[in-house]
Design a protein around this ligand. Sequence first.
Ligand code: GAL
Length: 342
Amino acid sequence: MMGKRGLFVLLLAGFLLFLTQCSSGEKRVGIFLYNGEDPFVRGLNEEMLSQFNRTIYRPEVFDALNSQVVQNEQIEHILENPVDLAIINPVDRLGAHAIIRKFRDENIPVIFFNRQPLERDLDLWDSCFYVGATAEQAGQMQARMIMHLFGDDPDRLNGYDRNGDGVIQGIIIRGEQSHQDSEIRTREVRDTLSRNGFSFELLTSVIANWNRKEAYDKMDEVLNLHGDILEVIFSNNDEMALGAIERLIEKGFFRDSNGNGRIDRQDGDWIPVVGIDGLPEAVRAIGAGTLYGTVINDSTSQAGAIVDLTGAILSGREPEDSPDDLEKGKYIWTDYYPLVSE
Ligand code: GAL
């Protein structure tokens, strides 16, 4: 018997299916999102849907609403009426182990994206792949933006070193714990600064789970404790950077203090905040002078790589025939790009 939750999941799936009903393609592709409310993932999904040729493919989208239990039920449901290929953004990357075994039993190829399964899990089966961006690059690019802003010379920081102590005081707003992107981006920011001789004092780091509201809420205490000496905010993504900026504005930062008619780096209460993803709203914030920079997480290329790989697999060609480089027969990586205000 189907429980209430099962019914809910099916209704939800049905709701999402209407999005894809204009497809006439024969090849059914299941797309499983960890959370359709996440703006980056939502944008990536829209990219995939726009790139799939609907005369060949019929994409069906399932939103797990950030619950691995819901995603497991959606997968069980799809295995009763199997798709030709599954594209999965796992809620819990450790959950990939059980997911791979299920699809392997049914011989349905799986492409994971955005949340990277452990290598030993991907190695369980030949027909599972991962498409994502190299998190190291994103952290390194954020650090480089800030080194440049502070004058590129670790021994002679410019006026952005507000207290003139030769040390950059900052905070890091982190995404979900145990997500490869939060861990690696955070590590790389710190390592890059220190490798280049810059002294960085991490005043505190807060976890805001990729979420704007959580970052906004957590900034209150951070600013009460460190607002006076804060010189930079590194955020693991744009959403959290935008949440932090909202709170900073309420606390009196980002005013046109020199009265030149706009908010910019010359204003005394301006502070550099850097994000990652390149969301449209973040690009607008760069234009408005609040966000200093972002690192573009190239969802167009990631969607393209997923669609190409799906094409290679479902047309019976070798995955290696996909136009993108397949590392170790499993991984396709896309590059990040920095974007800073002029
Ligand atoms: C990251 C992205 C975050 C969030 C997360 C979800 O790559 O930068 O904004 O979407 O993926 O897994």
